[in-house]
Design a protein around this ligand. Structure first.
Ligand SMILES: Cc1cc2nc3c(=O)[nH]c(=O)nc-3n(C[C@H](O)[C@H](O)[C@H](O)COP(=O)(O)OP(=O)(O)OC[C@H]3O[C@@H](n4cnc5c(N)ncnc54)[C@H](O)[C@@H]3O)c2cc1C
Length: 200
C-alpha cells in the first residue's frame, strides 16, 4: 500500500502534523482530495507522563487526555490511518520511501516525517546524522541534523528529534510547519489553512 505521507511517531509533533495534513480535506482543493496518510506509533509519547499547565489557551490537562483529544480531531477529519507498531527500517528506492515495521509490514510513501522523539533513534536504512541533542537538560538525548526540518529531499524531522526544546507547543508547531510545507508542494503554491466562524 502506498501513502502520500508516513509519519513515524504519534506524540506532540507527529499528531499535530497529521492533524494539519488531514485538515486540508473537504475544502474543494483538488490536490488535497484522496490523499492518504499513515501514522506509526508505539504509544510512549512523553506526553503520557505530563500534566500540562502552560499550553496557551488550554485549561490544565493530562498529556494522555490531550493525546486522545488530538487523535479524535485527526479521526474526525479522516484520511489518516494509525498503526500501533514500531518502525524498524526506512529505505528510499527509486525516489519512493519503503517503511517497514518490526512485525514485517511494509508500506510505501512519497514523504516521510520522523516524529519519534529524542530518547533514541534506532531506525535502520537511512544515512542520517544523529547527534547529541543540545536542547535537552538530560544527557543521552539525540537529534537529527536538518535544514528547515528537511533532512534530505522529502524526508522531514520534527519535534524533539529535530532539536526543539521539549515543550508541547514548540514540538506541535514544528509538525504543523512541515505539514504546511508538504501540502504547499502538493498544491504547487504556498497555502495556509484558516477557518472562520460561521456568522449566526
Ligand atoms: C514528565 C514530563 C512532563 C512534561 N511537562 C510538560 C509541560 O508541562 N509542558 C510542555 O509543554 N511540555 C511538557 N513536557 C514535554 C512534552 O511532553 C514533549 O516536549 C513532547 O511530548 C515532545 O513531542 P515529540 O513529538 O518530540 O515526542 P513524543 O511526544 O515523545 O512522541 C514521540 C512518539 O514516537 C513514538 N515512536 C518512537 N519511536 C518509534 C518508532 N520507531 N516507530 C513508531 N513510533 C515510534 C513514541 O511511542 C512516541 O509516541 C513534559 C515531558 C515530560 C517527560
Amino acid at each position: 500500500m502506498k501513502y502520500d505521507v508516513i509519519i513515524v511517531g504519534g506524540g506532540a509533533s507527529g499528531l499535530a502534523c497529521a492533524l494539519t495534513l488531514a485538515s486540508s480535506r473537504g475544502r474543494g482543493w483538488q490536490w488535497a482530495e484522496g490523499r492518504k496518510y499513515l501514522v506509526f506509533d508505539t504509544g510512549s509519547s512523553d506526553l503520557n507522563k505530563a500534566y500540562l499547565k502552560n499550553v496557551p489557551g488550554l485549561e490544565p490537562i493530562r498529556g494522555k487526555e490531550l493525546i486522545e483529544k488530538i487523535k479524535k480531531q485527526v479521526h474526525d477529519w479522516g484520511g489518516v490511518d494509525m498503526l500501533e507498531e514500531e518502525v524498524s527500517r526506512i529505505e528510499r528506492k527509486d525516489g519512493i520511501f519503503e517503511v517497514e515495521s518490526l512485525s514485517g509490514k511494509v508500506f510505501k510513501a512519497d514523504y516521510v516525517v520522523l516524529a519519534c522523539g529524542f530518547h533514541a533513534f534506532n531506525i535502520k536504512g537511512l544515512n542520517l546524522e544523529v547527534v547529541e541533542n543540545p536542547k535537552s537538560p538530560k544527557p543521552g538525548r539525540v537529534m537529527i541534523k536538518h535544514k528547515d526540518f528537511e533532512v534530505e529531499p522529502n524526508l522531514f524531522v520534527v519535534g524533539t528529534l529535530a532539536g526543539l526544546s521539549s515543550h508541547f507547543t514548540s514540538c506541535a508547531g514544528s509538525g504543523v510547519e512541515v505539514a504546511i510545507e508538504i501540502l504547499s508542494r502538493f498544491a504547487g503554491k504556498r497555502i495556509v489553512i484558516h477557518d472562520v466562524p460561521e456568522e449566526g
